[in-house]
Design a protein around this ligand. Structure first.
Ligand SMILES: Cc1cc2nc3c(=O)[nH]c(=O)nc-3n(C[C@H](O)[C@H](O)[C@H](O)COP(=O)(O)O)c2cc1C
Ligand SMILES: [Fe+2]
Ligand SMILES: [Fe+2]
Length: 395
């Protein structure tokens, strides 16, 4: 894709990345890619908002030149130092060595550490403005959404918010970067998966940031990943408000691990019982087969959660431990949670589930149901009772 005009002197100069397999080294993006959005404001003074991941710097600089020709870049605004947006800075500086780098007091130490850049720095504070000629930009600090130095940039003139990772999404837009040209339903899951895995831990700060921005009039939202919201910014605003407030839909995710099928049998019995209790959406995931990002995305969506795993050398099945670790970080405090474990000797999985409950203060529907080996008729009755409690709890 070439550079794209967004409004007046504002252009998209971002890139799509289909090369990276794991975002942040762990979240699969090999199927649909991701975009790193960057922007140029070609005013009397030329400002660039963010760079892109360095593997794509050539394409990014080519796009900038297609807009500004031989003009120099006056400002590079660094909304966020995470290298998916900042690592192209070395290449950009090589091209425009005199540009001023705009950031806040937490931006520059990270920049110096990553790239040994400590000159031509222009420090801004919350609410500060920068005039480019026709356009005036205003900066708002949004600490910890996503990193300590995170900030957003607002174009007062055109009412455009350059929102950094906020309102971002996995899935590289194909053919058009604008919301109005894309199937928004197809972006719902990638947006939620991005939110749950990347921003989920700082959902509270995200909500604060949204409230802070509530006072400004926003016509267009230009995030660092995913679609540009020009036709219907309310769509993504509403979705983010809902996700930040941890509002859930009725439905249950059953995430389980199983070496030899005993825990799996219990999980399936729960699914059947939930359905006969009238639960509309029941999602069954094997934690060893489905990447946890997809499971966490659905957990963020649905109110009910069952976690099941066998014991493993006095502890829990390691792939479940991995999910518990991430869930304890993002918390499941608006959920109803049930647990089922399995063992042959003296257990172990229950220990980790108990520690998880203690640490997260999870709203449990019942005690942990520990089953020895293959679930028998008595176990199935207990599983049915557990499913009934869950169905009641989420309604
Ligand atoms: C490597 C390994 C370690 C295990 N560690 C424990 C354990 O610490 N405590 C226990 O009671 N059972 C332990 N077991 C037995 C399983 O937890 C038990 O057989 C369970 O029913 C398996 O459930 P699954 O069929 O869902 O994998 C272990 C099994 C394996 C293969
Ligand atoms: Fe980030
Ligand atoms: Fe990002």
């Amino acid at each position: 894709m070439n550079a794209v005009n967004i409004k007046d002197e504002i252009f998209w100069v971002g890139v799509n990345d289909y090369q990276t397999i794991l975002f942040e080294g762990m979240w699969p993006i090999d199927q649909e890619g991701v975009s790193y959005n960057a922007y140029v404001i070609n005013d009397e003074k030329v400002a660039i908002i963010d760079t892109v991941k360095s593997i794509k710097a050539d394409e990014y600089i080519e796009k900038i030149k297609s807009i500004i020709g031989d003009k120099m870049v006056d400002y590079l605004i660094v909304n966020h130092m995470e290298p998916d947006h900042s690592s192209g800075i070395t290449e950009l500086l090589a091209e425009y060595p005199d540009m001023q780098i705009v950031g806040n007091k937490k931006t520059f130490p990270i920049m110096n550490n990553f790239y040994k850049i400590c000159e031509n720095l222009h420090e801004v504070c919350d609410g500060d403005t920068l005039c480019l000629g026709k356009h005036t930009l205003q900066f708002f600090m949004t600490p910890m959404v996503h990193w300590p130095e995170s900030m957003v940039t607002y174009d007062i003139t055109d009412k455009v918010l350059f929102s950094m990772d906020v309102f971002g999404s996995f899935k590289a837009p194909v053919g058009s970067i604008f919301d109005g040209d894309n199937d928004l339903a197809a972006f719902e899951e990638p947006t939620r998966r991005y939110y749950a895995c990347i921003v989920g831990k700082v959902a509270g700060q995200a909500l604060k940031a949204l409230n802070k921005l509530g006072g400004i009039e926003i016509e267009t939202i230009c995030p660092s990943h995913g679609l540009i919201w020009r036709d219907n910014p309310k769509h993504i605003l509403d979705m983010y408000v809902k996700m930040s407030a941890k509002e859930t839909d009725p439905g249950v995710v059953i995430a389980y691990g199983s070496m030899y099928g005993c825990t799996q049998k219990a999980a399936e019995a729960l699914a059947i019982a939930l359905k006969s209790e009238g639960v509309g959406e029941v999602k069954l995931y094997d934690v060893a087969k489905t990447d946890i990002s997809f499971i966490i995305s659905d957990i963020w969506k649905y109110k009910g959660l069952f976690l099941g795993a066998p014991s493993y050398y006095g502890q829990i099945f390691p792939k479940m431990a991995n999910l518990l670790y991430k869930l304890s970080e993002i918390r499941v405090d608006n959920h109803k949670v049930g647990f089922f474990g399995n063992y042959s000797w003296s257990g172990g999985a229950d220990k980790n589930f108990n520690a998880f409950i203690e640490c997260t203060k999870a709203d449990t529907i019942d005690e942990i149901l520990m089953i020895q080996g293959t679930p028998d008729e008595a176990d199935v009755i207990k599983l049915k009772a557990l499913a009934k409690k869950m169905a009641e709890a989420i309604n």
